[in-house]
Design a protein around this ligand. Structure first.
Ligand code: PGA
Length: 253
């Protein structure tokens, strides 16, 4: 059975007090409402890592993640944060290749390979993002576009390395727009991704790889999307900033 994962991507939101309040609420709801068989990952901005980790404490089933890491191990790279630092502050996961990083910070497939390797070398689980822009979806070439993102960044990894990775499919036209992919569109793409991974890494590994959906996921649409065979959870932006919504999404399987 593949892991079921609901990961919150806070992006550049929430000050210290707000971040602490959100985390405490999520931890309490998770415990009080006895959520089982689902892993929650909180991915706050870097400055929150230590505080959020402390509030998660020993709660089983909730993990800390970051939104990005450097492609370098260490050195004179002002403003950057390394994967080893993230690990030392208690992160388990790290989001790599979010479309906002690809678009606004010009992160290329090659750079994302280097980041993925840094993450893996330091024992972090990459949540590797892929997804097509609107014009590609309108042209009907989304499968080729997304599978190329994956092969170009990840197919140089060994099967052992790849076996640690979580994939997040996030159609760019659905991120923060309130316009979600239909559950059938999500399923079709997740199945295409799994098939593509299987063609290179083998069927068994492809079947074990969690593939999350992201893009305007909310408690209303999550049950339908999560009911699909190849959808193993979600990467949640806006709705992860509201404790009730985030936990309700996690209850949607
Ligand atoms: P959204 O963001 O849920 O606000 O659409 C998802 C994401 O960017 O990870």
């Amino acid at each position: 059975m593949r892991k079921k994962i609901v990961a919150g991507n806070w992006k550049m939101n929430l000050n210290q007090e707000e971040g602490h309040k959100l985390t405490s609420e999520i931890v309490h709801m998770f415990e009080d409402e006895n959520l089982k068989d689902v892993i929650l990952v909180l991915n706050p901005p870097f400055v929150h890592l230590q505080g959020v980790k402390k509030l998660i404490g020993e709660t089983k089933g909730i993990f800390l993640g970051a939104q990005n890491c450097s492609d370098k191990a260490s050195g004179a790279f002002t403003g950057e944060i390394s994967a080893s630092m993230l690990a030392s502050f208690g992160s388990t996961y790290v989001i790599i290749g979010h479309s906002e990083r690809r678009e606004y910070f010009k992160e290329t497939n090659a750079l994302l390979t280097a980041k993925t390797k840094q993450a893996l070398e330091n024992g972090l689980i990459p949540i590797f993002c892929c997804g097509e822009p609107l014009e590609i979806r309108e042209a009907g070439t989304q499968d080729a576009y997304v599978t190329a993102q994956l092969s170009e960044s990840l197919f140089g990894l060994s099967p052992e390395e790849f076996g640690k990775i979580v994939i997040a499919y996030e159609p760019i036209w659905a991120i923060g727009t309130g316009k979600t992919a239909s559950s059938d569109q999500a399923q079709d793409m997740h199945a295409a991704i799994r098939k593509h991974l299987g063609s290179h890494f083998g069927e068994e590994l492809a079947q074990q790889t969690p593939i999350l959906y992201g893009g305007s996921c909310n408690p209303g649409n999550a049950p339908d999307i999560f009911s699909k065979n190849d959808v193993d959870g979600g990467l949640i932006g806006g709705a992860s900033l509201k404790s009730r919504d985030f936990v309700d999404i996690a209850k949607s399987f």
